[in-house]
Design a protein around this ligand. Structure first.
Ligand code: ADP
Ligand code: MG
Length: 397
């Protein structure tokens, strides 16, 4: 079992200046926040701090400005959206660690909230530059990280500053780590692993780490094509990684060694191209036409997968079962999502597209844990220690 992570309850924040790293990497449209989910997700931590009359200094990155000021990635719209969500004004400064930021931090009264400018405008953020980390630390008396989605990055606002101040995880971070730790260490059985998405190469680490403890591995999406190739099936013009077919054979052998039941699609939805949705048809995998491509799993496969999912006491799902962005190729993902929603065991769904698909289907609140970390979630499932989590562990790193 992992060491204990320091949490908000371990910090004395009363009337103190608290630097809070959040993940407000939100979509912008016409200079406004188009989706404030990530902002609302941090309210629990912010309210807890406000209840203790802390002086809150929030910091986040937005987009990929690559160490330069980009006007369209300034945080003014984020400050406005946050102010609406909190119902109080937010002191936004167009500065990260310079005189304006210092002045804001100094003047902040108990119960007030400030927001620094986009961290990635400064190249020293991604370099984990010690002077930049020290400058950030000088703004506050303690540090809270509630940005799980950035925890796999050894950046100054994630790692550097956490070593310089009394530091702890916010509630979002705490929940993510607890859910992922449960998956990595639980003995609940059967353990069913459902994987899909575009590429095998993105998921090899996850398969390798979880396979030894899994009872069943269900494979769909584009990645299943490479496994179908490894079994000798033709996949026509489907997305396939020919250079990973050997790797797929190795993973089959690994599954056999650990007694893991592997289920591949038995029927699929094919079409001549992604836009030729009207020409789509459901076929058996053995009958794949050479001039078409697989865009979804078929209904019989959904039934097979759903039957296995219904038995799970522990379930991890990453990767859509097809090109869910196109409504005509969303049914496989919908079928699996419904089965996961109905699963009696502990269910964790992670991955950027998987989370987006679940939201699109209106099933996001039907899973036990929706892991919003994207890359951070996958690295955690690979068994890697995330630098932003390690630094919050009791006794230091
Ligand atoms: P996540 O972000 O949840 O980890 P991935 O990024 O690995 O998931 O995969 C999602 C992408 O995989 C989606 O854009 C989806 O369109 C694509 N995809 C799924 N099935 C197929 C397929 N059969 N052919 C091509 N692309 C697919
Ligand atoms: Mg993705």
């Amino acid at each position: 079992m992992a060491r204990r992570m320091r949490t908000l309850r371990d910090l004395d924040v009363t009337e103190r200046r608290v630097l809070v790293r959040v993940d407000y990497n939100v979509p912008l449209e016409n200079g406004q926040v188009a989706d404030d989910t990530r902002i609302r997700a941090t309210v629990e931590t912010i309210r807890w701090l406000l209840d203790r009359r802390a002086r809150i200094i929030l910091c986040t990155h937005l987009g990929r400005p690559k160490g330069q000021v980009r006007e369209e990635l300034r945080l003014a719209p984020v400050a406005a959206a946050l102010s609406t969500v909190l119902g109080q004004s937010v002191r936004y400064v167009r500065d990260i660690v310079g005189p304006e930021a210092q002045e804001m931090a100094r003047r902040l009264q108990p119960g007030e909230v400030g927001l620094l400018e986009n961290l990635r405008f400064d190249p020293r953020e991604e370099q984990n530059d010690p002077e930049f980390a020290a400058a950030l630390a000088s703004l506050a008396e303690c540090y809270v990280n509630d940005a799980f989605g950035a925890a796999h990055r050894a950046h100054a606002s994630v790692v550097g500053v956490a070593k310089l101040l009394p530091s702890a995880a916010g509630f979002l971070m705490e929940r993510e780590v607890a859910a992922l730790e449960r998956v990595l260490h639980s003995t609940e059985r059967p353990f069913v692993l459902v994987l899909g998405g575009a590429k095998v190469s993105d998921k090899i680490g996850v398969i390798e780490n979880l396979l030894p403890r899994a009872d069943a591995l269900l494979l769909g999406g584009g990645m299943a094509n490479t496994f179908l190739r490894a079994q000798g099936f033709e996949v026509g013009r489907s997305l396939v990684e020919e250079d990973k077919v050997e790797e797929a054979r190795r993973l089959f052998a690994l599954a056999a060694k650990h007694g893991v039941r592997v289920e591949l699609p038995v029927d699929v939805v094919v079409a001549p191209s992604l836009s030729a949705v009207d020409a789509r048809q459901i076929i058996r995998v053995a009958e794949m036409p050479a001039d078409q491509a697989i865009y979804d799993i078929g209904p019989e496969t959904v039934r097979h997968f759903a039957a296995v999912i219904a038995t799970a006491q522990l379930l991890v799902w990453n990767g859509p079962m097809g090109v869910y962005e196109v409504p005509e190729f969303r049914e496989g993902t919908r079928g699996v999502a419904e089965a996961v929603a109905a699963c009696p065991g502990f269910t964790l769904v992670g991955g950027g597209d998987s989370v987006a698909a679940l939201k699109e289907l209106g099933l996001a609140d039907r899973v036990d844990h929706l892991s919003t970390g994207g890359g951070a979630t996958l690295e955690y499932l690979e068994g890697r220690e995330l630098p932003g989590v390690a630094v919050l562990m009791e006794g230091g790193e």
